[in-house]
Write a protein that binds this ligand. Structure first.
Ligand code: ATP
Length: 199
């Protein structure tokens, strides 16, 4: 599995549709200061579901939409699609190539799609989480993040390791199952009360 292509349109400094093609192995992005290198990395984490404006170096989520320049009007939407080569079946989906797409509108609305089919953010997170990539998998190490890890306390460090190992997903599923079980127990208690009243 490897990242094959990323297309950006209206995302940060990438006003026009821009396609970046990657090969297996190491890719270096080089360019002058302020040319948009970090914006490429932001686009990568954004399309995989990043929800925090701060992690994307903005004040609010709409800041990812091209804000205009002296020569070009601001745009109304940002779109990023990411194509992953899945020939080895690392992603649990029956396609050798998977394209995930995220669109955001200025009114704050968002859309997600997998291979052209509209889906929920959760579907994208689920698809990526088993493969080790995705929003909370620490595959993107930002500037200054290593310092945070080195200075983290034992609890915090354990949390980071658990996330990287993929335990977080199961913990969230467990919490969801416990909530459902508790709700079910409430229903059962209510039915028991009602049947004893009817006797
Ligand atoms: P450096 O080497 O200094 O770290 P960089 O190549 O990583 O720079 P980025 O931080 O990716 O550069 O890009 C910064 C540029 O992106 C700035 O010129 C900024 O104005 C532009 N930019 C960021 N958000 C938007 C937006 N929403 N609309 C238009 N331009 C934007």
């Amino acid at each position: 599995m490897y990242l094959k292509k990323m297309t950006l349109r209206g995302f940060k400094s990438f006003a026009s549709s821009t396609a970046l093609r990657f090969e297996p192995g190491i890719t270096c992005v080089v360019g002058p200061n302020g040319s948009g290198k970090s914006n490429v990395v932001d686009a990568l984490s954004w399309v995989m579901g990043e929800q925090g404006a701060k992690s994307l170096r903005g004040g609010k989520m709409e800041d990812v939409i091209f804000a205009g320049t002296s020569t070009r009007q601001a745009l109304g939407r940002a779109e990023v699609s990411l194509t992953i080569d899945n020939s080895d079946g690392a992603l649990p989906i029956d396609y050798t190539e998977v394209t995930i797409k995220r669109t955001m509108f200025r009114n704050g609305g968002s859309e997600y799609a997998i291979n052209g089919d509209t889906c929920r953010l959760l579907d994208i997170q689920d698809l990526l989480s088993d493969s080790g990539i995705g929003r909370e998998m620490h595959v993107i190490v930002g500037q200054g993040q290593l310092d945070t890890v080195l200075h983290a306390g034992p609890e915090e460090r354990r949390g980071l390791i658990e996330e990287a190992a993929g335990i977080l997903k199961h913990r969230k599923r467990k919490e969801k199952a416990i909530r459902k079980l508790n709700a079910m127990q409430g229903n059962l208690d209510r039915v028991t009360d009602l049947t004893s009243e009817l006797r």
